[in-house]
Design a binder for this molecule. Structure first.
Ligand SMILES: [Cu+2]
Length: 148
């Protein structure tokens, strides 16, 4: 009786493995396409900076032109990431707190609002350089984005 059970299990295994191999080979074309589609994303990857009660972590990151930085609020307070210098935020080209709530807001390095705990704000860097940022609500918390 035990031998029969072993034979049945072995047969099932062969069936499952065979089906898996067939599935893989028949999906080959699709898998190839998917990896091609993910290629352009590597040209604009994402870097996450966490905002904790101790400040930004990591405070300094190196990215490539076209990359996006995501500021994730993991602290207990609101945050407001923005370009140096406080309070005008005009160091990053084209930026400035006076452009908040205008049509230009999406293009400026300024969250332009409080970002609550658990929420995040992201910005895509199209200018190379070393760009300092701070928390507009607590300017002693700051960091640097190096864009190559
Ligand atoms: Cu500020």
């Amino acid at each position: 009786m035990k031998n029969t059970q072993v034979v049945i299990i072995a047969a099932l295994l062969i069936l499952v493995l065979g089906w898996g191999a067939w599935k893989l080979s028949s999906n080959n074309g699709q898998v190839q396409q998917r990896s091609d589609q993910t290629q352009p994303q590597t040209a604009g990857s994402q870097t996450v900076i966490a905002y904790t009660d101790q400040g930004y972590s990591p405070a300094s990151v190196n990215i490539k032109k076209g990359d996006t930085v995501v500021w994730k609020n993991e602290s207990s307070k609101d945050m407001w990431p923005a370009s140096a210098m406080h309070p005008t935020h005009t160091v990053y080209p084209g930026s400035g707190i006076t452009k908040c709530n205008t049509a230009e807001q999406p293009t400026i390095f300024d969250a332009c609002a409080s970002v609550s705990p658990g929420s995040s704000w992201s910005f895509k860097f199209l200018q190379t350089g070393s760009w300092k940022f701070h928390d507009h609500l607590l300017p002693t918390n700051f960091g640097t984005i190096n864009v190559e």
